[in-house]
Design a protein around this ligand. Structure first.
Ligand SMILES: Nc1ncnc2c1ncn2[C@@H]1O[C@H](COP(=O)(O)OP(=O)(O)OP(=O)(O)O)[C@@H](O)[C@H]1O
Ligand SMILES: [Mg+2]
Length: 259
């Protein structure tokens, strides 16, 4: 099993090292919460060698919302001092136009994973097309069944090929909540049971908060991170304070030596 860094140390710690192969990791949150940004950052890092926190392989990015931007990937690679041409060469984009197209691509993706030596498959987002094409209660059962079959294929793929699968999901509001956050993940129980790890992303001013919602072994906790030219990144003041701390300890040891 391999782990791929998310780009933010706090987020990696939350995930006990990063996103895992042989698992489906789901990020959900409202618009602008950073789901696509995390996906872009993962694209850049996954192409790097394992020692650098990557998966040393290609990435297949299945884009259902039309939000993938090669320019952004280029910017993230540059800001992280990675070779942009290497990163861009190793990311394959697949634009999806409707829900049947998505089902077809997922069915045949094994071939592409082999050809492309992919180690990471991203679906951004898993639900938007199904949500748009199956409105109302009448079509709900059909929609959930279709989603279910996609998700089960994904779980099997992750195990067979030893790859990491990242999906993003939208939120829906649940008006029956009296206390706390009324937003919950869309897709109901089908999605909830299928993903191995669920991470909820929330805006908090300029920063973002990630929270593990469902996991077979992660403790329930929060991590704060930010979005900048490096993609998902650690908060500046936290890295600065840890640097200060290490600088202080250095001073003390130097003094001690002098004494
Ligand atoms: N180059 C950049 N530098 C800093 N922050 C950026 C940059 N590009 C995007 N962002 C931040 O990322 C946010 C958008 O995040 P993202 O596209 O990941 O949202 P999302 O969760 O995918 O939303 P949606 O549900 O609409 O797809 C913007 O609001 C902005 O704050
Ligand atoms: Mg998005």
């Amino acid at each position: 099993m391999l782990r791929c860094s998310t780009g933010s140390r706090a987020l990696n710690e939350l995930l006990l090292g990063g996103i895992e192969t042989q698992a489906v990791t789901e990020f959900y949150g409202e618009f602008g919460s950073g789901k696509s940004q995390i996906c872009h950052t993962l694209c850049a890092i996954a192409t790097q060698p394992v020692e650098a926190g990557g998966l040393d392989g290609g990435v297949i990015y299945i884009d259902t919302e039309g939000t993938f931007r090669p320019e952004r990937l280029n910017q993230i690679a540059r800001a992280r001092a990675l070779e942009p041409s290497h990163v861009l060469k190793n990311v394959a984009i697949c634009k999806i136009y409707n829900s049947s197209h998505l089902e077809l691509i997922v069915k045949d993706i094994g071939k592409y994973i082999n050809d492309f030596k992919a180690k990471l498959v991203i679906i951004d987002s898993i639900i938007s097309l199904h949500r748009a094409e199956f409105p109302g209660r009448g079509t709900l059962a059909d929609r959930q069944q279709r989603l279910n079959s996609i998700l089960h294929k994904l779980i099997r793929l992750s195990e067979i090929f030893n790859i990491a699968i990242v999906i993003t999901n939208q939120v829906q509001s649940s008006p029956d909540t009296f206390f706390g956050d009324p937003t919950k993940a869309a897709g109901g129980n089908v999605l909830g049971h299928a993903s191995t790890y669920r991470i909820y992303l929330k805006k908090s001013g300029e920063n973002r908060v990630a929270r593990i919602i469902d996991s077979p072994y992660h403790p329930y906790s929060d991590a704060r991170f930010t979005l900048n030219e490096k993609g998902a990144d650690d908060l500046e003041d936290e890295t600065a304070s840890t640097k200060k701390k290490s600088a202080n300890t250095k001073k003390i040891t130097e003094k001690d030596v002098e004494e």
